[in-house]
Design a protein around this ligand. Structure first.
Ligand SMILES: Cc1cc2nc3c(=O)[nH]c(=O)nc-3n(C[C@H](O)[C@H](O)[C@H](O)COP(=O)(O)OP(=O)(O)OC[C@H]3O[C@@H](n4cnc5c(N)ncnc54)[C@H](O)[C@@H]3O)c2cc1C
Ligand code: FES
Length: 501
């Protein structure tokens, strides 16, 4: 079963096969990279985009595409950590991002099903209605006056807040439209081109795995999790795997809208119009830290059971998929100069589950900065910030990462390669090493050292996606050990399976 977006075809691009020059080199062709490329080419810059896969194959191809200016980590919490003015700026930046997506879709004639919706935050049964009261007081205090409290949330019942002016769209139709607009404007997009090095300076040099170089005046590392930073940013954000399902439902039963609750992890729901009088109810949640659980089917089933208990009219499950989100300490993205100090290198990361709007904010801010313009949101999203009032969260997340290194002392999951079933992966101990072993359905074995090339976490098997996932900062590798997602930018070290018992 695939994701609901997978029905959309995106263009493919050939790899980079020579050294080239540009004004700006963008690494990563998700919503951040492609939106930034459009802003920059419209500002007259020569832009090159490189992607290790193809546009839209990262988390933008897995989003449930709520376009929200209502922060899911809640404005009352943001106001506690950063003050009321910061909460107002966060709201304004996300609302501006939604407006920009609407404007780009309109200007470039992108048929991406953009539609305005109301958003509803309703109270999880275990929570006190004080949560909603505090949230309403905060948004009214900073000026979002038309948010209102309702006694009965549509569909889910119980007290809720209604946030007007939210939206939804089809993310891959949007990306396909962005690609077409970029190609028309002369932007060079290269697929299957993995970047291994980003060296900052007056001239930024981006080096690909094939050894080609792009020389430019600036680079945007738009790889969702930055591949240019070893530690600074990854100690301030955490990688979570989140799950989503699409259930058929007769049209008209669930009113169009974005819905989410106060639970932790929370549930996020919206309606996708379907064909033949049937809509798709998209339901997400069941998050866990990447690489720290391997029970995806149970989580899909839990989402379905949770939905059936509340919306008994849902019919069969048509879609299911998972992906990653990067949670920051304060629920705001990290957007700005590389905190490692590489000159003219910029990052956009820490989507906090709101990567469609955070990604569009990043594209606005970074393109403006590269063009020499200031942004009033610069401090709010600065990658170097240390929110002191979120210190507890910082300690909790980093203690969790430190605990993952204990895996190196644990025995293997199998004691010989013969125990690895076809289509399965398992960790085998070989002396002091842990070996990630995968057996193809044909019986062929692949083996790699389980040490993640980022900071030596021990990868774990994800049988749903058939990937090796790192429990420390969320790097992911395919079943043969090739890197799919950073912060690692190289694969696992291959081991000859004939040397294993
Ligand atoms: C199930 C799910 C539901 C979600 N729901 C929502 C939602 O409702 N609303 C919302 O706003 N957000 C949501 N998100 C979050 C959102 O999808 C992401 O935050 C967003 O797509 C990130 O966009 P991006 O451009 O930063 O990264 P990506 O889309 O991941 O793009 C990064 C690109 O970089 C490329 N890349 C990686 N490494 C390299 C390298 N070394 N060299 C070259 N290229 C490289 C990848 O191939 C990829 O194409 C959801 C996420 C998931 C998984
Ligand atoms: S992602 Fe950091 S150690 Fe693996």
């Amino acid at each position: 079963m695939s994701s609901w977006q997978a029905t959309c075809d995106l263009p493919s691009f050939a790899p980079l096969t020579q050294d080239i020059e540009a004004d700006v080199c963008i690494v990563g062709a998700g919503i951040v990279g492609l939106t930034a490329a459009l802003r920059l080419v419209r500002a007259g810059r020569r832009v090159v985009v490189l992607d290790s896969q193809q546009p839209g194959r990262g988390n933008t191809g897995r989003t449930t595409a709520h376009l929200a200016s209502a922060l899911d980590d809640r404005f009352s919490e943001l106001a506690r950590v950063h003050g009321l003015d910061a909460a107002r700026m966060a709201w304004e930046s996300h609302a501006t991002a939604i407006d920009l997506i609407a404007a780009i879709a309109n200007d470039e004639a992108i048929d991406c099903e953009f539609a305005r919706r109301d958003g509803y935050l309703w109270l999880a049964p275990e929570h006190d209605s004080d949560i909603l009261r505090r949230e309403l007081e905060t948004v009214h205090a900073f000026g979002w006056r038309d948010v209102e409290a309702l006694d009965e949330a549509p569909v889910f019942g119980g007290p809720c807040l209604r946030f007007p002016g939210q939206a939804q769209f089809h993310p891959l139709k949007y990306l396909a439209g962005l690609c077409a607009a970029l190609v028309r404007s002369g932007v060079a997009i290269f697929g299957n081109t993995r970047v291994e090095g980003v060296a900052g300076g007056e001239e930024v040099v981006v080096t690909t795995a094939q050894g080609h170089r792009v020389r430019s005046g600036a680079a945007i590392v738009a790889t969702c999790s930055p591949i240019c930073d070893l530690f600074a940013i990854h100690s301030k954000q955490a990688s979570y795997t989140t799950y989503a399902i699409g259930l058929e439902i007769a049209a008209g039963i669930v009113p169009p809208g974005l819905y989410w609750d106060t639970a932790d992890p929370y549930h996020y729901i919206r309606l996708q119009p379907g064909a033949d009088g049937r809509d798709i109810l998209i339901v997400g949640g069941e998050d866990h830290k990447t690489g720290q659980a391997d029970d995806g089917e149970r989580r899909f089933d839990a989402l379905e059971a949770w939905t059936r208990a509340r919306v008994p009219a849902v019919q069969q499950r048509r879609y299911q998929w998972s992906g990653q989100v990067f949670e920051t300490l304060d629920g705001l993205a990290h957007i700005g100069p590389d905190p490692g100090g590489a000159a003219n290198v910029y990052i956009a990361t820490g989507d906090s589950g709101m990567g469609m709007t955070h990604g569009t904010i990043a594209a606005m801010m970074l393109s403006a900065r590269i063009c020499g313009e200031a942004s009033e949101w610069q401090q709010l999203y600065a990658p170097g910030r240390h929110p002191l009032r979120a210190a507890g969260e910082f300690l909790r997340e980093n203690a969790n990462v430190a605990a993952q290194y204990a895996d190196w002392l644990r025995p293997g999951e199998v004691s010989s390669v013969a125990e690895v079933a076809p289509g399965a992966g398992a960790i085998l101990r070989s002396g002091l090493s842990r070996i990630a072993v995968y057996r193809e359905d044909t019986g062929e074995l692949h083996a790699c050292n389980a040490a993640c090339p980022h900071l030596l976490g021990s990868v774990a098997w994800n049988h749903l996606e058939k990937t090796w996932d790192c429990p420390c900062h969320g790097s992911r590798f395919d079943r043969r050990g090739e890197v799919i997602a950073g912060p690692a930018h190289t694969g696992l070290r291959v081991v000859d399976p004939r040397t294993l018992r």
